[in-house]
Ligand binder design. Structure first.
Ligand code: C5P
Length: 220
């Protein structure tokens, strides 16, 4: 419907954790549920957008919405899907909890247990969002930050470093915020303007707040 605020806009969202293979049956992952990003994708679709959701392993469903969902496993896979959809997008929201490290040379056979210590060598994953920031032209680019201390300063640093329009900060110090929860408490930090602090809300409402912030503050 033409009267919806995101009618015809192309929105690209990432969600969930990434899993980095150790051997054919094991991985390194994190506790991200994918809820926040999936709620953003659903709300963008409800608001009339053409949504592409690039989603790491998550049990959360997005059926029944007009969303093109691309399920991925590793950070490298997520990077390649985000890059291939980036240029054609108007709004890009990177809410995935990307693993910072991946395993160097994952074993092709299951690693057997032995009496000695097991050492797994890790190497850094690419920073997907930073890469998108370098390619940015017309897109509104949004990142997330989850910190346990000095969160404002870190968030501001990331905004600059990754060439973002704004960053959504959720603090692990807030009981209502974070992984696996149905609620979140966010602060939006943008390039111009004071930080906007929101109350704790369920993730559907938080998603709506983030999209409203875009509609109200940016020309889309
Ligand atoms: O630097 P930090 O990991 O705290 O930044 C968080 C933001 O960067 C999130 O939006 C996250 O999705 C993104 N990110 C990324 N690629 C990584 C690590 C984080 O895109 N390897």
């Amino acid at each position: 419907q033409k009267n919806l605020p995101l009618f015809g806009k192309k929105v690209l969202v990432s969600a969930g954790p990434t899993y980095e293979k150790i051997d054919p049956v094991r991985f390194i992952g994190n506790f991200s549920s994918g809820k926040m990003g999936i709620e953003i994708a659903k709300n963008a679709a409800k608001n009339g957008a053409d949504v592409t959701l690039v989603c790491g392993p998550s049990k959360e469903k997005s059926d029944g919405y007009n969303i093109q969902r691309i399920d991925v496993v590793s950070a490298e896979e997520m990077k390649s899907e985000m890059e291939s959809h980036f240029e054609n997008s108007d709004i890009v929201i990177m809410s995935a909890a990307v693993a910072d490290y991946k395993v160097i040379n994952p074993a092709t056979e299951k690693i057997k247990k032995s009496e000695s210590e097991l050492i797994i060598h890790l190497t850094k994953n690419p920073d997907i969002l930073k890469g998108l920031g370098e390619k940015k032209t017309h897109q509104i680019l949004v990142g997330f930050a989850l910190e346990t201390n000095n969160e404002m300063e870190f968030a501001k640093g990331k905004l600059e470093k990754k060439n973002l329009d704004f960053i959504v900060l959720n603090s692990l110090q807030d009981e209502e915020a974070g992984f696996q929860k149905d609620t979140n408490k966010i602060t939006i930090i943008s390039r111009n303007g004071e930080p906007v602090i929101y109350k704790a809300k369920n993730k559907t409402e938080v998603a709506q707040d983030i999209l409203n912030f875009i509609v109200e503050n940016y020309k889309i």
